[in-house]
Design a protein around this ligand. Structure first.
Ligand code: ATP
Length: 291
């Protein structure tokens, strides 16, 4: 299922949570949706899932608006950190309800994941810990096999080992049953190797949308003698610099930045991580001067 937004804006009162976002997502890819707190990620995900109406512009899934549109929303599963399952229901009841909602539901996957996350089907959801609640959300998200699966920081409360289990299963499930996956996270380093494309929001606007490998290729972290770094940086897009005792480091983001060229000038050079790129691109000028 493809997703397109055209001049998409969402206002809460007079405040633009999203402003004029134009996006085009192909089906069956894993997208990372990144940005600082309050950048608009959750708002965009709720619009994609048809939980909110745009203030202006359009959000279209396979050409149709998802709002109040069961023909589309049956194929969209949004799991967020506050998926509140704490009602008088057992884990197995919640899974039964989800299985009725999603036509591609896989009972086998749900059963396997319950074991992997060590979640007992008879547990009452009222008593779930934060991590168990996240595990239940992840189980629903992946077992739904929804054509569009949207995961908004679904790991809150999960320990590191359970998070890595989640990433492994996500990839396994995606390879076996491709779907469009949109994952929002602040733990970018942990998961960025899964992203095929990256979207970064800043203050409600789309800063960039690029294939992950091309994004990394545009970045360069260099260090060396101050004069050499300065000469290399001349005319380039600098994301941040640091200086100490005659040595300087700089983060650059531009087209055609070659590691070899920097090394041939006597500099140390490496690509930046997607996490570093996101932090530097979405920071304010003031924050960057300290980066
Ligand atoms: N229902 C609402 N009413 C008023 N303001 C809202 C509402 N929902 C979101 N906002 C505001 O819109 C902006 C974007 O919020 P959103 O939750 O989309 O950001 P986010 O990128 O998901 O942030 P985080 O990483 O902290 O989850 C924030 O300033 C938030 O306070």
């Amino acid at each position: 299922m493809n997703i397109q937004s055209k001049a998409l804006s969402k206002k809460f009162g007079s405040f633009y949570a999203l402003h004029d976002v134009n996006l085009s997502l192909e089906e069956d890819k894993i997208y990372g949706l990144l940005g600082k707190n309050g950048a608009g990620k959750t708002t965009l995900m709720h619009l994609m899932a048809g939980h909110l109406l745009p203030t202006s512009g359009d959000i279209l899934l396979n050409g149709s608006s998802p709002f109040n549109n069961r023909a589309i929303t049956k194929d969209v599963c949004l799991i967020n950190e506050s998926s509140n399952f704490k009602r008088r229901l057992k884990v197995k009841d919640i899974l039964y309800i989800a299985s009725q909602f999603y036509p591609n539901w896989s009972a086998d996957t749900a059963e396997r994941l319950l074991k992997q996350f060590n979640l007992k089907p008879k547990l009452n959801t009222k008593g779930l810990s934060k991590g168990m609640e996240s595990a239940l959300g992840i189980i629903i998200g992946l077992s739904s096999r929804a054509k569009v699966t949207i995961l908004d920081e679904p790991y809150i409360g999960l320990d590191a080992s359970a998070r890595y289990t989640f990433y492994d299963i996500l990839l396994e499930e995606y390879e076996a049953y491709p779907r469009t996956i949109i994952l929002s996270t602040h733990l970018i380093d942990e998961v960025s190797n899964l992203f095929e494309e990256v979207m970064i929001l800043k203050e409600g606007s789309l800063l960039l949308h690029e294939p992950a490998d091309e994004l990394i290729e545009k970045s360069l972290h260099i260090s060396g003698k101050k004069e050499v770094v300065d000469a290399f940086c001349e005319g380039k897009h600098i994301l941040g610099v640091k200086e100490m005792m005659g040595r300087k480091t700089a983060n650059l983001f531009d087209e055609n930045l070659s590691i070899e060229e920097a090394v041939s000038m006597g500099l140390e050079a490496e690509r930046m991580t997607i996490q570093d790129i996101t932090v530097h691109l979405s920071g304010s000028e003031e924050e960057l001067s300290h980066a």
